[in-house]
Design a protein around this ligand. Structure first.
Ligand code: ADP
Length: 263
């Protein structure tokens, strides 16, 4: 399964991605996590990305596209959920090319719809919880940088939803609902759609027969015209089952008669 999760910072993409990987045995490809790892390792990419990330701006497309291209070629990444990528329309186009070259297809693009006014509060809460657990807080998880991340989202990432909507691939889930409800909403989207019977196709042979017998206007089936004169109608031969049932009945009656006679 190959999925994309879209939504602004703090929408819950990471949380839902974690659940999806556990459920479907796929890997999470988060460009944010990969870039942070590159920064921590001091790689050339990391050195280039650090100051951009600290300002809440977007790292150049070619950098993240190269990271993703490398990652999806690794053997464990047959199925994946992309979180934080694509973040611009050119990244989405690059992803299409990468997948097409490898003969791969996306199964779904899911947008977590959230009220932006509440995002700031959510992230503040996340930071407070991380601090309480003694975890390291992200350099860009502060109100000032967050504003920059949100404006980068509005200007550069929001159009990505339009890109997939135009292709008829975008599905939305209410990201403001409780975490479990969001998960259930995503599950519903991923359940295989019921087979749709083409319009006008008969439900079954039996139904087809019935419909055929009905007049063009779909009324009740007309009675077949009598071909033999009234009263002289020959009785239809009962079916094999009926016949054997009759035989059994006759035998029973005979025995009963014999018994009454004997009495
Ligand atoms: P968020 O919680 O804001 O969604 P991420 O962990 O996904 O954050 O990303 C953190 C930062 O990493 C972004 O603000 C941006 O600077 C950089 N980044 C991550 N993914 C991309 C991407 N696809 N394109 C450009 N920059 C990215």
């Amino acid at each position: 399964m190959r999925l994309i999760l879209l939504g602004p910072p703090g929408a819950g993409k990471g949380t839902q991605a974690q659940r999806l990987i556990a459920k479907h045995g796929i890997v999470q490809l988060s460009t944010g996590d990969m870039l942070r790892a590159a920064v921590a390792a001091g790689t050339p990419v990391g050195l280039r990305a650090k100051s951009i990330m600290d300002r809440g701006e977007l790292v150049p497309d070619e950098v993240v596209v190269a990271i993703i291209a490398d990652r999806i070629d690794q053997p464990d990444a047959r199925g994946f959920v992309l979180d934080g990528f694509p973040r611009t329309v050119p990244q989405a186009q690059a992803l299409d090319r990468l997948l097409a070259e490898r003969g791969l297809k996306l199964d779904a693009v899911i947008e977590l719809k959230v009220d932006e006014g509440i995002l700031l509060k959510r992230i503040e809460k996340r930071v407070a919880e991380m601090a309480a657990r003694g975890e390291k807080i992200r350099a860009d998880d502060n109100p000032e940088v967050l504003k920059g991340r949100l404006s980068a989202y509005r200007a550069q990432t929001a159009p990505v939803t339009g890109y997939y909507a135009d292709k008829g691939m975008l599905r939305a889930v209410d990201g403001m609902a409780a975490i479990d409800e969001v998960t259930a909403g995503i599950d519903r989207l991923l359940r295989p759609a019921k087979a749709v019977r083409p319009k006008g196709a008969a439900k079954s042979r039996r139904r087809k027969f019935k419909t055929a017998k009905r007049g063009k206007r779909g009324g009740r089936a007309k009675k077949a015209k009598r071909t033999t004169p009234k009263g002289s109608a020959r009785r239809q031969r009962p079916s094999r089952v009926k016949r054997s049932a009759n035989k059994a009945g006759k035998r029973k009656n005979r025995t009963r008669r014999r018994l009454t006679k004997a009495r």
